[in-house]
Write a protein that binds this ligand. Structure first.
Ligand SMILES: NC(=O)c1ccc[n+]([C@@H]2O[C@H](COP(=O)([O-])OP(=O)(O)OC[C@H]3O[C@@H](n4cnc5c(N)ncnc54)[C@H](O)[C@@H]3O)[C@@H](O)[C@H]2O)c1
Length: 265
């Protein structure tokens, strides 16, 4: 029997499709995995070199992708991203809201400017991208939105807090439940992934900034499995939620965290 790829011919927008440093961020892994499954991937990032690196990985494997450079902190960029996907590939079937900026700042030390920047990239952009993409998905008979939130939206992370980040990630869950209910009958499914400890460039930078040596972190205390995840763990979950295996799933918050949220401490 002919084996079809799970996303054959689908057009997928992935934001934050680069990596903020050497190694593999989740947007990069999601983009590569979706392309392997036959999707045409719209690689959105603020930085051309980062998006180009992902494009090269995909093209080297014979996949299809195109780069759209956009600073998602600018509201108008969201409509531009969706317009580019329609112009280049004829529509949008999947939107992965992955791009984010971290802030490890207590509420007392958070300036209004920092707060607005974090909310703009992490929450307003997914809102505006969904607003622009949903009518296009409806025209094609449906679609799937996957928001990459964080376990920071569900439980404290210790220390003085990363309050703006946590608030922005919690907002993505509200966005999900509302859209899942409002657009389910139009064939649009909306789900969230809450990554826990995932070894990505963003996490490495946060560790460096906090002066923490990752080797000293007691993973057996922080996770039930006693190991850290990698970007492919998140990518596989995104494929599951966005693709045909997730047909009956909407409004789901899926932790990919090795059991961190299952722990009582
Ligand atoms: N790494 C973890 O442990 C972890 C844990 C929980 C949640 N997450 C979430 O996973 C997602 C990806 O994290 P990562 O660690 O792979 O990140 P990363 O920093 O490696 O990649 C993020 C990408 O987003 C892009 N980006 C940032 N601001 C942008 C903007 N204004 N416009 C367009 N692009 C922009 C960056 O250039 C970068 O390429 C984020 O939503 C993050 O909050 C990560």
């Amino acid at each position: 029997m002919e084996q079809r790829s799970k996303l054959d011919g689908r057009v997928a927008i992935v934001t934050g499709a680069g990596s903020s440093g050497p190694g593999l961020g989740t947007g990069k892994a999601i983009s590569v995995l979706f392309a392997r499954e036959g999707a045409k991937v719209v690689l959105v990032d603020k930085f051309e070199d980062r998006a180009d690196e992902t494009l090269r990985l995909i093209e080297d494997e014979g996949g299809s992708a195109t780069v759209v450079i956009a600073d998602l902190a600018e509201v108008a960029s969201c409509q531009h991203v969706v317009d580019q996907a329609v112009d280049r590939y004829g529509g949008v079937d999947i939107l992965v809201n992955n791009a984010a900026i971290a802030s490890s700042t207590s509420i007392v030390d958070t300036t209004p400017e920092l707060y607005h920047q974090v909310i703009a990239v992490n929450l307003t952009a997914p809102f505006m991208l969904s607003k622009a993409a949903i009518p296009v998905m409806i025209e094609r008979g449906g679609g799937a939105i996957v928001n990459i939130t964080s376990i920071a939206a569900l439980r404290g992370q210790g220390g003085a807090g990363s309050t703006a980040y946590a608030a922005s990630k919690a907002g993505l869950i509200g966005l999900m439940v509302d859209l899942a209910d409002a657009y389910g009958k139009k064939g649009i499914r909306v789900n969230c992934i809450a990554p826990g400890i995932i070894n990505t460039p963003m996490r490495a930078a946060a560790m460096r900034q906090a002066g923490v040596d990752p080797a000293q972190i007691d993973l057996s205390f922080r996770t039930s499995l006693g190991i850290e995840g990698d970007a492919w763990d998140v990518a596989r979950a995104a494929l599951f939620l966005a693709g045909p295996d997730g047909r009956y799933l909407t409004g789901v918050l899926l932790p990919v965290d090795g059991g961190t949220t299952a722990r009582s401490h």
